[in-house]
Design a protein around this ligand. Structure first.
Ligand SMILES: [Zn+2]
Ligand SMILES: [Zn+2]
Ligand SMILES: [Zn+2]
Ligand SMILES: [Zn+2]
Ligand SMILES: [Zn+2]
Ligand SMILES: [Zn+2]
Length: 282
């Protein structure tokens, strides 16, 4: 509405009458033909007050109508190149096509992490030399080897030392005492006779000991004889002795018959030899 009023006012001011009254033209420019790189264009100016018009050429422009041909495709790392040819004037120029930066990374090398050291994963672009590295955190898993650093004995604990072959981290664990005594120190407590003896065997390492019997011998000691039956001139006697060591064994033997008392009877048979008869007893 306001615009219409202004327009009317302008028309009035423009004085579209035969008085040919001078007025100040107000031209509006309109491009009726755009300029190109080869041809001038044309602009038409029209006074909105009186309708008076005139035209003015638009100079040849430096804006070409390029047709682009890719000569070299850009890659992830390298710029490409395109050639531009103006379809109108034949002007040419080349244009850089920027590298895409879209690398195609694949895992190329792995340096494994250890218990304490970070590992690495090295990726390389399939299409160029671009690489990047990823770190792999330490595993914290030690690889222990065990070694007996102190042998256990019958009574003392030993030591097992575990050492990581990679970083040297170590810890120890006790090895239980073996409890196996080595009884090699021998001491005779009582010599054996016909009664068993005793020996003390002491461990080579500690003071632990055991007492063992020593088997008895057969060497009895007969000292005191008891006559069970006195010999006569016709019968041998018998005597018995218990072992002096108190083992309970006794021994019996004949006592030879007495010589004949009567010299008038010399033709008597000689007395039987006293061969020992033995009786065992415990
Ligand atoms: Zn005018
Ligand atoms: Zn051109
Ligand atoms: Zn690449
Ligand atoms: Zn380690
Ligand atoms: Zn011992
Ligand atoms: Zn005896």
């Amino acid at each position: 509405m306001l615009l219409a009023v202004l327009l009317l006012a302008a028309l009035a001011a423009c004085g579209k009458n035969n008085d040919n009254t001078a007025h100040k033209h107000n031209y509006i420019e309109k491009v009726t033909k755009p300029a190109t790189c080869v041809e001038e264009g044309l602009a038409t100016y029209t006074c909105y007050g009186c309708g008076d018009t005139y035209t003015k050429p638009i100079p040849v422009s430096d804006i070409h109508k390029y047709k682009k041909t890719v000569i070299k495709e850009a890659t992830c790392a390298e710029d490409g190149e395109a050639s531009l040819l103006c379809e109108l004037c034949g002007a040419t120029k080349t244009e850089i096509i920027p590298a895409t930066g879209n690398h195609m990374y694949v895992l190329k090398e792995t340096q494994p992490a250890t218990c304490v050291a970070e590992g690495k994963e090295i990726y390389q672009c399939q299409n160029c030399d671009s690489t990047f590295e990823d770190t792999v955190p330490p595993t914290g898993k030690h690889i222990y080897e065990s070694l007996v650093t102190k042998e256990p004995t019958c009574v003392l604990e030993g030591t097992m030392t575990y050492t990581c072959t990679v970083c040297g981290d170590s810890y120890t664990e006790p090895i239980p005492a073996t409890g196996k005594h080595n009884y090699i120190r021998e001491e005779i407590l009582k010599q054996p006779t016909c009664v068993k003896g005793q020996k003390k065997l002491t461990c080579a390492t500690c003071s632990d000991f055991i007492v063992e019997d020593i088997p008895p011998t057969e060497d009895h000691v007969y000292k005191e004889w008891l006559v069970l039956r006195a010999p006569t001139t016709t019968e041998p006697g018998l005597e018995r002795s218990f072992c002096d060591n108190g083992c309970g064994n006794f021994f019996e033997r004949e006592i030879p018959a007495l010589p004949p008392e009567e010299p008038e009877e010399p033709g008597e048979e000689p007395a039987e030899g006293g061969e020992g008869g033995q009786t065992g007893g415990n």
